[in-house]
Design a protein around this ligand. Sequence first.
Ligand SMILES: [Zn+2]
Length: 289
Amino acid sequence: MKKRVLILSISIMIALVVEIIGLYGILKLNKKNSNHAVGNENESNLIEKDIGNEETTETKPEEATQETETETETEEVTEEQPEEIDPNKPMIALTFDDGPSSETTPRLLEALKEQGAHATFFVVGYNLDGNEDIIRQAAEQGCEIGNHTLSHSKLTSLDDASLDSEIGGMEERIKSITGQEVVTIRPPYGAVDDHVMEHIHSPVILWSIDTEDWKTRDVNSNIQSIQQNVYDGAIILMHDIHPESVEAAIQVLGWLKEQGYQLVTISELGYYRRGGLTTGVRYGSIEPN
Ligand SMILES: [Zn+2]
């Protein structure tokens, strides 16, 4: 009898132990599963957070840049309007076509910066590759980047599609580099007609003083051309791809300032003289009213 009771007790105990172990196992498994589930949630949370972070980092610099740009714009306006440029004093626009050139343009930019002078660069598409930093630098120091078309084609001989590509394509290229809207165009060779004008949605900038630098390739001749012909409101045509032109420009900067000329971009000349440039208008010079 005692033996039976003992065996029964042992059996019950074993059964209990087995059950407890079983329960523990199930519990453990459940716990593991739920942990795993939590882990998954955490992971997905992390992923979301990561995405969130990525989005933030993506937007932050843009926001920061925009803010900086806005600040810079505001600074420029407040600094340049009353202090740097006096609308009642003579001003001229030096313009440089067909660049940029890694060999000559940086020297010119340096000299312009030293003199606190601005200029306008009518750049061509085939000279942009590898020279992005140069036009970015030019824009940063207050110079203007204008459209001189993608491939320097004579616009009057192009069809509609080619005109849109040469003009619009170049605007996009410049904007993708500088981040700024392109607001002026100089048609290669100054060649425009009514058909071309239908495809141009910005002011057209020609010139009033042609140094013929590309023809003479002579420093002194370029300097003399500027010194003998300069007047208030003049738009001067040069080419920064030629070392002689850049040398002449560098040498004449100081003289121009001594004569009281403020060296401004085309858009600044238009702004201070006419309250802005007008789309569809062809400008050869912008003299005082
Ligand atoms: Zn040109």
